[in-house]
Structure formats: structure tokens, C-alpha cells
Design a binder for this molecule. Structure first.
Ligand SMILES: Cc1ncc(COP(=O)(O)O)c(C=O)c1O
Length: 444
């Protein structure tokens, strides 16, 4: 009997070979922490729609979806055409462009809370700027963050994550207050006790786009009430959920309006890009007023070589205009629902403790059972995290890769508007085989 690991090594010789060279070039052999994998990560060559291919010629149904950026699948023809045309007209004109205006209008059309915005090159930059804007606007220094919520890798975002933080000054952590996710009482208490709270930032469907979920409908509404009463800036980090939790993000799905929203990934149509948008008077902390005292002493400074760059602008605008005018979210959500119920059926059939949960096109698998409604898992976050760390989860991921399915992180299927019944059926067959192999390896 071949183990999952032996099968992985046998099927991916080209990836193994590349990893030897990459390990001499990059720390850990990779260019993004979540791509680190043992004995080696997979090297991909190209993608099309819901599929991608590796250097050994293996084909995958892709649920990494460009770390969440590809709601329209790989190399969507309309986006490829827009970017190709723009690349011939100039990749950086060192000036303002029509393209950035079109891009901003496409964002505003989907997310009505955004009155004004600024572009960045990544989600990390967007959350850094959102926190800075909130501090400048309120004249206060501290930001509340929820335990385990991910907002990129800048110094302030790293507090309260499950990573140690060498290289980050203690002083920057001193400006952050970490609270348990989903607990309104603690947020209320912190704001009452500490007069220096500028803002609260969170992933509005729970940490890691719902891997550690909470009752979002009530929690977000409660946060809105508490922050409105206390003048604390409410920041939704919709870097992943933006345009995926619904076409207007989590805020439109649940009808809760934040003061600021951070965006990246889907916003730039599969190219690098980010944005922070929201209430005009907060975003206008960046505005010049032609008043030397304001401009030199009070204004929030914001350069950035690739802010609003024309390639990301045309890709982003094309994607968002399609999301606004076509049933892309509906298609992705319907395929995700089919996948979720199919995974639950397979686990039931194989009598493996586990379940799939999630909303919209974000489906998480937990190898432990519970009686949740399969939308919002009610297991404790500690228990979910403990379960995710098990070798069975690593084997599940590898077992799926061995059978032509690539998932996001350890547990997540991010479905695009290009996945069809064919991909879902293929995925469910692979899932059944992979879980059977995990059992044969003695891990469940
Ligand atoms: C919720 C959230 N915020 C911020 C970021 C950081 O975005 P980027 O990787 O573009 O810096 C991410 C990245 O995955 C994210 O998931």
C-alpha cells in the first residue's frame, strides 16, 4: 500500500527538483509563508478558469483561487484582454488616470459605505493605513483587534495572531488591545475603561474568512451600536470577503455599515492592489487643503509608487463591473453550497467525524463533528484550531493534491464563478478517495 506521502513524492518529481534550487534562493524555499509545505510545495505553470496545472503536468481543480483574489477564475478572458490592452498603453504613467476613476466608481457602486477611497498595493498596506487614519481622525492611539484575526503582516497587525513576533517592537504592541472574537461585552468594557481607543478592526465573518466564525449578523450589529455610541472607528477588513461574502461584501450581506473598509485581492481583479475606503471625513485626513498648517502638521501622508496603477485599475474595474452586472456571486455560492453538502455527505458515508461549514463561496472543513447549522460553526475556536493542527488535516490536503484538487491553506475551498457541476463532482470524488487514503494511513 502506497502512503499519501509516498504518492505525493511520486507524482510531483518536478516540484521536488525545483524546491532544491528554491531552498538556496528563498528562506524556507518559498515566497509566501502559507506556501511552505513539507517535503516540498507544488510548482504551478498556468491556470484557466477553475483549473491550474503543475510542472509535472498534473491538472488541479483550484480552490486556492489566487489566495482568494480570483472570484472570476484564472485568466478570465475579459480581464486578460483589458490588461493586455493597458500594458501596451503604459504600465505606469506617473500621473492621475481615467482608469483609477473608473476603478473607484466600480468599487463605490458595489459598496455604498465607501464615499471616498485611496488605493494601495496590498491588503497589508490597506489595514496599516486604515488604522493610521482612525488614529489621526480621533486623536487617539489604540486599536482593538480580535484574537486570531489576520490583517496582513505589518507590526500592528501581528499582535494577537498565532505567531510569535520577533523583530516587532514591544511599543507597537502597546498600541493594540486584543479581545476574544465574538464577545461584545469585552469590547464594550475596553472602550469604557480606556479613553484612548481610536478604532476596532476585524475580519467581519470571523478569523481567516470564517475559519473561526461567530454569529456575524448579531455581532456586527452590536459592534456598530457600541462604536457609534462611543465614537470609535469601526473598520471592516474585507480583503477576502470584499465582493465574495456578497457582491457588496459582508457589510451588504448583513446590512451593517462600517466607517472604514479595507480591500485587496478581488478588488484588483487578480493583480496586486488594495484600497481603504469609507466615510469621506475620515478618508479626507489624507486630503491636501492648501493650508500650510494642515498640510504640514495634521494631514496623513500617503505616497506609494504603484497606488492606483493602471494595470490593476483596468483589471479591478473589469472584474467589479462584471460582478455588478452578472450573477457571478450567485454561481459561485451555488457551487459552494453543492460542494459543502457533498463533503458532508461523504464524511457521513465514510463515518468520519467531521463537517463542512461556511457562507457564500468560502467553505471550511473541520475533522470533528458538531451540531451547527453548517453555515456558522459553533465549536469553540480553541477546539477548531486544535483540530486543524492534526496530521490528518495535512494528509487530507496532500491526499487532495494527489487527486488533482488544491485547497486554500489547510481547510478551505474558495469557489469561483467559473467552477461548474463538473468541477464539484470531480472534487467530491477526489475528496472521498482522499479521506479513504487518510484512513488507510491510520490518521483517522
Ligand atoms: C483579511 C485579510 N486582511 C489583510 C490581508 C493582507 O493582504 P495582502 O496579502 O494583500 O497584504 C489578508 C491576506 O490574506 C487577509 O486575508
Amino acid at each position: 500500500m502506497v502512503t499519501i506521502l509516498e504518492d505525493y513524492i511520486a507524482k510531483h518529481a518536478g516540484s521536488a527538483q525545483r524546491y532544491v534550487e528554491a531552498s538556496k534562493l528563498f528562506p524556507g524555499g518559498v515566497t509566501h509563508d502559507t506556501r511552505y509545505a513539507q517535503p516540498f510545495p507544488l510548482y504551478m505553470t498556468h491556470g484557466e478558469g477553475p483549473r491550474k496545472w503543475d510542472v509535472d503536468g498534473n491538472e488541479y481543480v483550484d480552490y486556492v483561487s489566487g489566495h482568494g483574489a480570483l472570484l472570476l477564475g484564472h485568466s478570465h478572458p475579459a480581464i486578460a484582454a483589458a490588461v493586455t490592452k493597458q500594458i501596451q498603453r503604459g504600465t505606469h504613467l506617473g500621473a492621475s488616470t481615467d482608469e483609477e476613476i473608473r476603478w473607484a466608481n466600480a468599487i463605490k457602486a458595489l459598496m455604498p459605505s465607501i464615499e471616498k477611497l485611496r488605493f494601495h498595493s496590498s491588503g497589508t498596506e490597506a489595514t496599516l493605513m486604515a488604522m493610521r487614519l482612525a488614529r489621526a481622525y480621533t486623536g487617539k492611539d489604540k486599536v482593538i483587534k480580535l484574537q486570531d484575526h489576520f490583517h496582513g503582516w505589518h507590526d500592528y497587525a501581528m499582535v494577537g495572531s498565532d505567531h510569535a513576533a520577533p523583530g516587532i517592537p514591544e511599543a507597537s504592541f502597546g498600541t493594540m488591545v486584543v479581545v476574544p472574537a465574538g464577545d461584545l461585552g469585552t469590547v464594550e468594557d475596553v472602550i469604557k475603561r480606556d479613553p484612548d481607543i481610536a478604532a476596532i478592526i476585524l475580519e467581519p465573518t470571523g478569523a481567516h474568512f470564517g475559519q473561526l466564525p461567530f454569529d456575524a449578523a448579531n455581532y456586527l450589529k452590536g459592534l456598530r451600536e457600541i462604536t457609534a455610541q462611543s465614537g470609535v472607528v469601526l473598520i471592516f477588513d474585507e480583503v477576502v470577503t470584499g465582493f465574495r461574502a456578497s457582491a457588496g461584501g459582508t457589510q451588504v450581506r448583513y446590512g451593517v455599515t462600517p466607517d472604514l473598509t479595507t480591500l485587496a485581492k478581488i478588488v484588483a481583479g487578480g493583480l496586486p492592489g488594495g484600497a481603504v475606503g469609507g466615510k469621506a471625513d475620515i478618508i479626507d485626513m489624507i486630503a491636501h487643503r492648501n493650508d500650510p498648517d494642515w498640510d504640514n502638521n495634521h494631514r496623513v501622508y500617503h505616497p506609494g509608487t504603484f497606488n492606483g496603477n493602471p494595470l490593476s485599475a483596468v483589471a479591478g474595474a473589469t472584474a467589479l463591473e462584471m460582478i455588478a452586472s452578472q450573477p457571478i456571486n450567485q454561481r459561485a455560492d451555488a457551487m459552494a453550497a453543492k460542494l459543502k453538502s457533498g463533503i458532508n455527505d461523504v464524511l457521513g458515508r465514510l463515518e468520519i467525524p467531521g463537517h463542512a461549514h461556511g457562507i457564500a463561496s468560502m467553505i471550511h472543513v473541520i475533522l470533528a463533528d458538531c451540531d451547527c447549522d453548517r453555515e456558522t460553526c459553533t465549536m469553540s475556536h480553541a477546539k477548531i484550531s486544535e483540530t486543524l493542527a492534526s496530521p490528518a488535516v495535512t494528509a487530507m490536503k496532500r491526499g487532495l493534491q494527489n487527486r488533482g484538487v488544491d485547497i486554500m491553506g489547510r481547510d478551505c475551498f474558495l469557489v469561483s464563478g467559473t467552477h461548474t457541476e463538473k468541477e464539484i463532482d470531480q472534487t467530491l470524488a477526489a475528496f472521498q478517495e482522499a479521506m479513504t487514503a487518510v484512513r488507510a494511513d491510520g490518521l483517522i
